[in-house]
Design a protein around this ligand. Structure first.
Ligand code: FMN
Ligand code: SF4
Length: 369
């Protein structure tokens, strides 16, 4: 019998060939000065597509230089980036594996440094990040309008470059995440206060992308359902926000959590027992009850059997992974051939390697598939 993980699912008007998603993963491989796609990235994405992952989400691409989060980060901030992005999408599509590719679009907000983004970081409110020491500048209402336009233009560039869709990064304390979090959004105007106001910016972006890119270009989101901080976003608020985004056309949602200043981010170190894989899946399952759109489960999922249970049990619709695909881009093919039961990734986090992500664990064996 075919596993539920190898059955198709629709996201908007697109069909994803299986239930595996490569969660957005910054690769430190773009040109550092410009954010232009490099040959090393084409090679990486070619390998991921050869591995038959249903949906590949790129690392976060900054929509404006003020939102650059990391060295060697990919960019979608002007039209000069379109030819490189087009090569990236074509590399995935030309493998013939049927993999789809979405561009994750992002602004770092207060989680960057002047040395990276060339100015004082910006945020909904001037709330000090005690971990980095960054005190951001509060955005004016005109600047919020400008930000919305940057996201819409970045999505338009992705569409022009033949990406299949975009994912908004509203997790991990970056700008959109800091808007929906009551900890970082203390505004008293129509962009702050209750959950409706705090999430207004995201609804404006989704509506704007739909107007600019049309109904065949799905917008999905990666969103925090917890910041791991007292005074941060609650599950109830995240559920209400998710429902409001679905109403304006969101096509799918990936549930994540964490914020830099919380100490506990989204990339938890260490292996857990099989029954505890999917550390954000309970939050995703709770939110799924209020939605009709597909929900992606995430966080330390390593075993085929536990992934299958999450989908067959109706907790989530898709299985999202990042580090296992750094370790082994053809993991899905190995699962399907029955040659691999569990990713050998140790969750040691040593792949945050500033000269280009890679699995540095020489002891981790990769079975050939
Ligand atoms: C090297 C590295 C880079 C990452 N970059 C991004 C990113 O650009 N955008 C994002 O939303 N999450 C990013 N993440 C988080 C992952 O997408 C994922 O949410 C997290 O690692 C948990 O999944 P996993 O246990 O399967 O690795 C990154 C993770 C790693 C290890
Ligand atoms: S370095 Fe290798 S084993 Fe360690 S988390 Fe990264 S991919 Fe997994």
């Amino acid at each position: 019998m075919v596993s539920c993980l190898f059955t198709p699912i629709n996201i908007g008007r697109l069909t994803v060939r299986n239930r595996f998603v490569r969660s957005a993963t910054h690769d430190y491989l773009a040109d550092d000065r410009t954010g232009v796609v490099t040959p090393a990235q084409l090679e990486l994405y070619g390998r991921l597509a050869d591995g038959q992952i249903g949906l590949i989400i790129t690392g976060h691409a900054y929509v404006h230089l003020s939102g650059k989060a990391s060295p060697r980060q990919i960019a979608a901030d002007d039209d000069q980036k379109i030819p490189g992005l087009r090569k990236l999408a074509a590399t995935v599509h030309q493998t013939g594996s049927g993999s789809l590719i979405f561009l994750q679009i992002s602004h770092a907000g207060r989680q960057t440094k002047p040395g990276l983004c060339g100015r004082q970081p910006v945020a909904p409110s001037a709330v000090l990040d005690p971990k980095s020491g960054v005190l951001p500048r509060e955005l004016s209402p005109d600047e919020i309008d400008e930000l919305i336009a940057w996201f819409i233009k970045a999505a338009l560039r992705a569409r022009e470059a033949d990406f299949d869709g975009v994912q908004l990064h509203a997790g991990h304390g970056y700008l959109l995440s800091s808007f929906i979090s009551p900890h970082t959004n203390r505004r008293l105007d129509s962009w702050g206060g209750n959950w409706e106001n705090r999430s207004r910016i995201i609804r404006e972006i989704i509506r704007g992308i739909a107007r600019a890119c049309g109904p065949d270009f799905p917008v999905i989101i990666k969103m925090n359902a917890t910041d791991h901080l007292a005074g941060g976003i609650t599950l109830e608020e995240a559920t209400n926000i998710a429902r409001s985004l679905e109403e304006v056309g969101l096509a799918a949602i990936e549930i994540s959590g964490g914020m830099n200043e919380a100490g506990l981010g989204s990339v938890w170190p260490g292996l857990r027992p099989e029954e505890e894989e999917g550390y954000f899946v309970p939050l995703a399952a709770a939110i799924k009850k209020a939605l009709r759109i597909p929900v992606m489960g995430l966080g330390g999922i390593r075993t085929f059997r536990s992934a299958e249970k999450m989908v067959s049990g109706g907790q989530v619709d898709l299985i999202s992974m990042s580090r296992p695909f750094i370790n082994q881009p053809d993991l899905v093919r190995g699962f399907q051939a029955g040659k691999i039961e569990k990713s050998p990734c140790l969750s040691c986090n040593k792949c945050f390697y500033p000269r280009g992500i890679r699995c540095v664990q020489k002891s981790v064996s990769r079975q050939s598939v």
